[in-house]
Design a protein around this ligand. Sequence first.
Ligand code: PLP
Length: 259
Amino acid sequence: MKNPTSRPVVLCLSGHDPSGGAGLQADIEALLAQACHAAPTVTALTVQDTVNVSDFRVLDREWVLAQANAVIADMPIAAVKLGMLGSVEMVGTVLQIMNRLPGVPLVCDPVLRAGGGGALGKDDVGYAMRERLFPVSTIATPNLPEARILAELPEGSADECAERLLPHIRNLLITGGHGDESEVHNRLYCRDGSRHDFTCARLPGSYHGSGCTLASALAGRLALGEELTSAVRSALDYTWRTLRDAEAPGHGQYIPRRL
Ligand code: PLP
């Protein structure tokens, strides 16, 4: 007999990374680890390894809509996770998809660079996400370099970036993994004025897909009905463990061990 109670479904709109470290594969693995089901809609294809990105191609709008609409018509969507969108046009496409999912928690990971620094979209994509997708998102999860781009503050602190970005979004998690202090400071800013700091030990090395892992785990936790601050803590703790247990299958960055 089939199990009548299914795991919550999380719709993932993100790019494909053939190294398997980031993108949709990261989303699928991180969601499986939260006992959720991932429904992956491809927004873009990339050419990359664990060192860096050499190319990417954004899918046609019709193809993205057709993929997402097929899933939405078929399954109840408990949360949505956004990763690499790749173009300003894709921002409009995602908005069209979200119009079909009112009230569904949306985690927006504003991906603009690969772990190795290569571009996965122009800064204009980030600005379009800020203006059009942040207002319908539950939370965005930029790292500090991404937050600086989005806030247009090249030298800004996390607090300064948050002050600029919070008028656009309800909750903002700025991660500190890209710094060089011995501790990583992750900061959650909420529109009600509350702020929560989550500090963890910095692990050696650099990682490919850590942001995707975090945002997907968070979307999974929200899909399961966990309250936001608790879901952020759970997702950060899970992500830290995947980095602690990371492997280096290639010549570049470590890949989080998510399962
Ligand atoms: N999404 C895709 C498709 C990618 O290829 C990458 C990085 O290469 C990312 C997202 C971002 O990766 P990270 O989680 O390391 O920021």
